[in-house]
Design a protein around this ligand. Structure first.
Ligand code: B12
Ligand SMILES: *[C@@H]1O[C@H](CO)[C@@H](O)[C@H](O)[C@H]1NC(C)=O
Ligand SMILES: *[C@@H]1O[C@H](CO)[C@@H](O)[C@H](O)[C@H]1NC(C)=O
Length: 134
């Protein structure tokens, strides 16, 4: 037996045939690509992670959606994925450049102490991939 509440929830799903079942499992985030070395204009993207999904998952999703976002990474034996290039721009040890990972929230910007394979974004965060020098 279905309760009236369940029945109306089921009806609602029937009335929204386009809505994928996983919609409720999407944590929206923004990804900004910035460049502190050349001051190239900021590029902005919106995507999502699933419940407690890693940033790398959102980056793969964004790359696969053909909105002009691309990236490459290498596997560090100890720390996992190291972000090497974004949108065709690569970090280079001779130039001491790298892609820095920053996270902007409404009231603060932090520099996470883990990389793209370990960071778990929260809803509405802006992930900043910033080309920088060290
Ligand atoms: C130097 C250094 C860097 C340099 C490395 C380049 C260079 N040629 O020197 C730069 C500035 C690029 C860097 C960047 C980052 N780093 Co760093 N880095 C270090 C540091 C201080 C020393 C590493 C080292 O030289 N080891 C000695 C050499 C001989 O060993 P190695 O295995 O060859 O070292 C390599 C790896 O450590 C790798 N590496 C460095 N940082 C990171 C981060 C990640 C996520 C990965 C996968 C690999 C990696 O680069 C080194 C040189 O090739 C360590 C802390 C420590 N005391 O170990 C942090 C450390 C490794 N970095 C860390 C972090 C978090 C980052 C960043 C994610 C910071 C950020 N928010 O942007 C970014 C990486 C972003 C990306 N592109 O993916 C963390 C990793 C912890 C974790 N579990 O993920 C550490 C442990 C510091 C910390 N905060 O606790 N880092
Ligand atoms: C930002 O807001 C969060 C949650 O409201 C709070 O925990 C944190 O201390 C604030 N940070 C700053 C730098 O104000
Ligand atoms: C994120 O933003 C959406 C749309 O503005 C809002 O509905 C939601 O409550 C926000 N979530 C958090 C955790 O801030």
């Amino acid at each position: 037996m279905m309760t009236p509440a369940l029945l109306s929830a089921a009806l609602l799903l029937l009335l929204l045939p386009g809505a994928p079942a996983e919609d409720s499992n999407q944590t929206p985030i923004n990804i900004h690509v910035t460049n502190s070395v050349t001051s190239a204009p900021k590029q902005t993207y919106s995507t999502y992670v699933v419940y407690r999904g890693i940033l790398l998952g959102a980056m793969w999703r964004l790359q696969d959606s053909n909105v002009g976002f691309s990236f490459t990474y290498t596997q560090d034996p100890n720390y996992g994925p190291f972000l090497v290039s974004v949108n065709g721009v690569s970090g280079c040890s001779a130039d001491r450049t790298y892609w820095e990972l920053l996270v902007k929230r409404t009231n603060e910007t932090i520099r996470p102490d883990v990389g793209i394979g370990c960071y778990i974004p929260s809803a509405n965060e802006t992930i900043v991939l910033n080309f920088n020098k060290y």
